[in-house]
Write a protein that binds this ligand. Sequence first.
Ligand code: GAP
Length: 442
Amino acid sequence: MAQTSVMDKLVSLCKRRGFVFQSSEIYGGLGSVWDYGPLGVELKRNIKDRWWHAMVRARDDIEGLDAAILMHPKVWEASGHVAGFTDPLIDCKTCKARFRADQVGDAACPQKPSKHPGEHTTCALTEPRMFNLMFKTVMGPVEESGSVVYLRPETAQGIYVNYLNVLQSSRQKIPFGIAQIGKAFRNEITPGNFIFRTREFEQMEMQFFVKPGDDTEWFERWRGLRMAWHQELGLNPDKLRWHPHVESELAHYARAAYDIEYEFPFGWNEIEGIHNRGDFDLSNHQKASGKKLEYFDQAANTRYLPNVVETSAGADRITLTVLADAFREEEVEGETRAVLGFLPSVAPIKAAVLPLVNKDAMPEMATELFNDIRKKFSCFYDDGGAIGRRYRRMDEVGTPFCITIDGQTATDQTVTVRHRDSMAQDRIAIDAVTRYLSERLV
Ligand code: GAP
């Protein structure tokens, strides 16, 4: 498959089958903002649930949190985002287009014929100036300067300002972590590649608080755990790699950072960042708020400001990764079959129930089975069209199992289970279907 067409096909499938729609499409869309349809919301929720389970429920040393999007404006001064969360921008006074200064060489000037910015004689580029990526809004009924608040550009700050609340209420001891999933907003200058870089997105972040001096060891430990999580999600390990940040790439808060990158059809790109943030955030919040944020280590009878190791993944970006990794087309009996080969447990629909024909008690038996298994799994009932077409429709949305009720079911109470990837069929007892699915939906 040509590299560019893979993304085109995936975007088209996502719209046609209800994974992802452009925001406000009937008004012409809103730039780099997307909505999740019936299947997309299930897929993304399954990914978030997997992360929440691995990071919070399966561990004794991490607590969950759901902090508000709007925070005191001083948070963003203390965190360094007001001063430092910026991109250098260049404007063209002729065509009014805006480019990131570090990407001008690759950007396209909107004037024809196609050239890079600055290459037309009429181009009038400004010097680079810094542009803050945070969205601003106004709190309260009166638009006055004192009431400006920001939409958070990362969820992490909600964790830092709640660190003492969580520590005291959960009776955790260092080392321990706080995890949260929530929306973040960035006025990205060069958004794009579908849901890869958007202006509104969800982050899955965890901040792990450790004793100063233990940060490097925990940084390495979290690197290993996070890479393993992506592999267990079913992603092709050959398409995952590390990108260590050199000094000039480090974010304003980071002592050290590694990105986990995935090889998308449009190239290698970051899907998660692991950062050693030292005591940057807690010491700045301590200074700015005047509130002591030190930890008292009873055993050693000492006080210290913890260091933080952060794991930060984008839920939308990982949803795109899962879609891109799962998508394939293959020739079957002279026809092209499109398949989303998801890990069964993240598939939006786990099983489809299909009566072979709409007569001979098959719909009744199929409905009874459907009502039984939907108590446990997300299922779909389909009695429309030839059975081969129905299988193809389920392959295209990644349903791992199709259960068919046929003429034999009434006589021996068995059904066929057809597997998405191999297309092989097993014949099993109808009352064994729930157990059969439970064993395979891992
Ligand atoms: N708290 C640290 C932090 O926010 P980041 O590297 O800026 O670090 C972490 O972002 C992750 O959030 C990225 O690896 C990516 O998955 C996701 N992300 C960041 N900006 C995004 C955007 N504009 N659209 C979608 N996902 C984004």
